[in-house]
Design a protein around this ligand. Sequence first.
Ligand SMILES: [Zn+2]
Length: 469
Amino acid sequence: MLADVLRRRYGELAYARNITDIDDKINNAARERGVPISEITGRFTAAYLDDMAALGVKPQNIQPEATAHVPQIIAMIQRLIDAGHAYEAEGHVLFAVGTFAGYGKLSRRDPEELLAGARIDVAPYKRDAGDFVLWKPSTDDLPGWDSPWGRGRPGWHIECSAMAAAHLGETIDIHAGGVDLQFPHHENEIAQSECAHGGKIFARYWLHNGMLNFGGAKMAKSVGNIQRVHDLVKQYPPEALRFALLSAHYRQPLEWSDGLIEQSVRTLDRLYGTLRDLADVEADAAIPASVEASLDDDLNTPQVMAEIARIAGDARKAESASDKARLKSELLGAGLALGLLQQEPAAWFARGANIQDAQLENLIQQRAEAKQARDFARADAIRDQLAAFGVTLKDTPTKVVVQSSGIISVGYDAQSKILEIEFESGAVYKYFDVSPDLHAGLINAASKGAYFADHLRWAFDYEMVRSSR
Ligand SMILES: [Zn+2]
């Protein structure tokens, strides 16, 4: 989203995301499996890019890999040694934190404290406990490169500094990342880059995004509560995940829950419903000035979402053709600014494949029970929940009718009088006791363009039963 804003403001953009593919966790995984590290990093890079694409994150145009920049990394370390900011000790090269007065300026930490470090397991070759590794020796079974300090590999921090300098120059405009990387990673990047480049500023602006919280705890591998985009997109429409992520300001922590995602699905249902109602209105997306102003205000996405809600509300009330066209154009434009609302409404509503058959069956059953117990509030809540998946339940006096977004195939067995309909959502419904005449009439109506499910509903009062597929 930020890349889009910058492109609209300044035209061309050098947008880099690097792959730090020299990493001890990767090395360990590769060693355990007996494969080269490229096999591990290749797989994770591809999965990462897939996940980003699913969330509508446009690709970067520069994607350097640390393994392709070892000469630049070694050169930068040598420069730091020559300038007195780094020292060699027992096959390691360490950055001497005490030589950089600006250390701690990004995370606003006390340099004295940083110098003292964590005081646990301090390697004996370190001058100060806070000094960090630029180069470390590799044993024969680990990836390694020849260097003036022996065969070894770079530390994580220096990979970023060297790649940034190689592709973006000594000073970059904007550096972004998770707030968990602010210290020590970004602090170390600043120290290395500014000391290697004669004090030239490393990054003019830093954008740190807040963490996702899950059930009150930070979502982190160490806590074991990681939810992977890869799994979530099978459960929910990816656009709803994007909506949920943008619903809080990027600097704030976001309380991540199924409820938040489901609420995002419902909001998108309403917005796409408005666009569907305006399907006949000709309009091109135009980003409203108010939306651009909110984005210029440190990417205030919650304010843009409030603006989207207002525009959609106005659009629903609009009567004149010109108002409708203007508001549709604004709604599409405001959505475009956030990477939302760019699907055809029908495509959004046809997403029912995200609900599992068993889940659907279970919900319908629960609703029937709630109705039996005269718990109408619960019955309505379940109906709304189903609506969020594009499944509409309508009650006739005695029967429940399911309408779904589209039909893929209709099968009829004259012998058993069972009509089977497969919906786009992946659901398969069986209708019993359908006479051959009625079936023929339905096919005839459908061939003339009638919506089969609507017609079916109109044609007879029927029992709907979930098939076992
Ligand atoms: Zn980095």
